[in-house]
Design a protein around this ligand. Sequence first.
Ligand SMILES: C[S@@+](CC[C@H](N)C(=O)[O-])C[C@H]1O[C@@H](n2cnc3c(N)ncnc32)[C@H](O)[C@@H]1O
Length: 247
Amino acid sequence: MLPWQNGDVTAYQEFAPFYDAVNGEPAERSRQILDYIARFRPASTSVLELGCGTGAVLAGLGSGLALTGLDLSSEMLAYAKRRCPSARLYEADMTTFVQPEQFDVVLCVFDTLNHVTTLEGWLATFERVHAHLVVGGLFIFDVNTLGRLRHLGDSAPWVHHFDQHTLIMNVEFDGHCLAQWEIRIFEQLHERHFVLHHERITELGIPLERLKNALASDFELLMETDPEGKTPSDESSRAYFVFRRRA
Ligand SMILES: C[S@@+](CC[C@H](N)C(=O)[O-])C[C@H]1O[C@@H](n2cnc3c(N)ncnc32)[C@H](O)[C@@H]1O
């Protein structure tokens, strides 16, 4: 295991069967990505998603683009294969992956980048993105901000009932930059028979200025926003970015 990988390489093994039911349909997120592509690189023909999970976002991009996804979790990829059969899918680490081609667009969405738990890992990912984007290609991603991770750490556990199951999620923030997500799913098999699935996921937050400085030499910033359409800050709940690969 590389030093920046999530501590538990089996992360998402337990969560995978419930992931789409817990997170709902990401149709709006796919539509937003298509809008960015139409605005900044309308002639795009190929997309690579880093940390594609169950393939829900890729599936929402439609049939007009050649779709490729990679993920560290074979369990998540098994769902992606069913959900997005037209996509080429690979089990790989986004900090080290090598593909034989370059893409018009690279995506890394729904706080997937935060799953890489050191700054060196983020820098290695940016280097891989640069190597796999055509000149002028788009890097579209979002991050959980430090403020959001701190806020989640201060909040009561989130209890969510879905289908006949219950999810309890508790986030502990280390006061600096790392948040530990404890996810427990009580799967109800029969009326009084439950199976507990436990998952632990670590996320790293990085100041947005640090993030933008790290990208500045290889990428041009085209767009940044928070969920309300304002310039994102470290106190925003999430930050969305579109960068263009420089020559
Ligand atoms: C929050 S999920 C997002 C999935 C998908 N992008 C979506 O929007 O639904 C994060 C995904 O990133 C994957 N992941 C975490 N670290 C990774 C890494 N170093 N390389 C590749 N995938 C990784 C996890 O296995 C998981 O499927």
